[in-house]
Ligand binder design. Structure first.
Ligand SMILES: Cc1cc2nc3c(=O)[nH]c(=O)nc-3n(C[C@H](O)[C@H](O)[C@H](O)COP(=O)(O)OP(=O)(O)OC[C@H]3O[C@@H](n4cnc5c(N)ncnc54)[C@H](O)[C@@H]3O)c2cc1C
Length: 379
């Protein structure tokens, strides 16, 4: 059996997210892009409407939404501004390791308060010498009595300067281990906001851990479980990243479509030229394909099935489609595509990060190939 329709509840969720985007996200997108100010008030409204912390289980006060539901929300919000969308969604990435591997006490202590008031958390894995190659993480955790003492540098951490706690991947001797580290622990030092190409509303910073004491009770799983926890997280979050990229594609398509229908050159509308209309047809087709990949990857994990290949396929494909669509949109708008009077240039800048964060496109393809290596014949 196969069914491509959304349930009434999913349709309702999508409409609510669209209304929030139209009221709060889209009207403020250009301002946050210009100023780089963190969109705290927009996050507060997203929190109030239940669009943050969507995956926190109901028993800890959350909505316990499925990954597919989360994709529907994220696509809408990122249609308005993916930088604001990333700020809203950052909690999901850092909460996933706790949802997957946390004890009931850890969940009650770190997840439940986030459903009571607006709070942020961050996923701190990347280091200067460990990005794609997570196995090279150098941050150390040394056991001293009933504590661990952490030392190391994490960089490019989304929501890093607003987070109340971090999921940190560190090395206990040669065992990669996950920790929850409260941001107010002595020795946690946050750097200034990075100036990025796009997604200016999103907060990216360096976080340094200098002799930070972390109680054993804040270790996630056993020593040595960290790499697996950090990677399994992505099976839950990559469909949402693909959905965010799809939001950019949708925005690019709508802007280009509307412009091509009204702009006249050589006595006819732009859209009457096949060179333009085919670009629009390709954007629409690829958006459909990227959505199906994202929804399928989400559906698989929601149904307890391994989705590592599908999540990677969805992530790289949707990211490439968003990048292409943003460039095509800028081209269709001509000069307007290059100036900041129209949002096309912002989409070009914002789209690029999808090909890099949460595993660059090359890494996603390596995951797909690793699965193919274990496949005799593709059915
Ligand atoms: C804005 C922003 C936000 C981020 N947010 C977070 C966050 O919240 N938490 C966090 O932990 N990290 C975060 N990151 C880090 C991000 O996940 C990494 O930048 C990304 O995983 C790539 O790692 P790298 O930059 O070290 O590139 P590298 O690993 O050095 O790779 C460089 C390039 O080479 C390619 N490459 C690497 N190895 C191979 C190979 N074997 N074959 C072919 N190609 C290869 C890569 O795909 C990439 O294109 C963020 C980064 C940015 C820019």
């Amino acid at each position: 059996m196969i069914d491509f329709s959304f349930s009434p509840a999913q349709q309702g969720l999508r409409e609510q997210a669209k209304a929030f985007t139209e009221e709060w996200v889209a009207p403020n997108a250009a301002r946050h892009d210009r100023t780089g100010e963190f969109p705290k008030e927009i996050c507060r409204e997203a929190f109030r409407r239940g669009f943050m912390n969507t995956s926190v289980p109901k028993e800890y006060g959350g909505r316990g939404l499925a990954v597919l539901d989360h994709c529907l929300v994220t696509e809408e919000i990122c249609t308005g501004c993916s930088g604001i969308g990333t700020a809203i969604d950052g909690n999901g990435l850092s909460q996933a390791p706790v949802i997957l591997a946390g004890t009931p006490e850890q969940k009650a202590r770190f997840l439940a308060p986030m459903t009571e008031e607006l709070m942020f958390s961050a996923y701190a894995v990347t280091e200067p010498e460990a990005g794609s190659d997570v196995a090279r993480v150098k941050t150390t955790a040394v056991k001293v009595g009933s504590d661990y003492v952490l030392n190391g540098v994490k960089w490019w951490i989304t929501n890093g300067s607003v987070a109340s706690w971090y999921f940190v991947l560190a090395r206990v001797e040669d065992r990669q281990t996950g920790f929850i580290v409260p941001a107010d622990s002595a020795g946690v030092v946050r750097g200034p906001k990075e100036i990025n190409l796009g997604q200016h509303a999103s907060n990216t910073v360096r976080v340094t851990f200098e002799d930070v004491k972390v109680p054993e009770a804040f270790r996630l799983g056993a020593e040595g479980d960290g790499f697996k926890i950090a990677m399994e997280t992505f099976n839950h979050t990559r469909p949402g990243i693909a959905a965010g990229a799809n939001g950019i594609t949708k925005a690019a398509l709508n802007i280009a479509l509307s412009y091509a229908k009204r702009r006249r050159t050589f006595d006819k509308k732009l859209i009457s030229n096949q060179g333009i209309s085919f670009k629009l047809a390709e954007m629409m087709t690829k958006l459909d394909a990227a959505r199906f990949l994202a929804y399928k990857a989400a559906w698989l994990i929601d149904n307890g099935t391994d989705n590592a290949r599908e999540a990677s396929e969805a992530k790289w494909f949707a990211s490439d489609v968003a990048m292409e669509a943003a460039i095509a949109c800028a081209q269709i708008l001509g000069g307007y595509g290059y100036t900041n009077e129209m949002p096309a240039e912002k989409l070009v800048r914002d789209a690029k990060i999808y090909q890099i964060y949460e595993g660059a496109s090359e890494i996603q393809k390596m995951i797909v190939v690793a699965k193919l290596m274990r496949t005799k014949v593709v059915e």
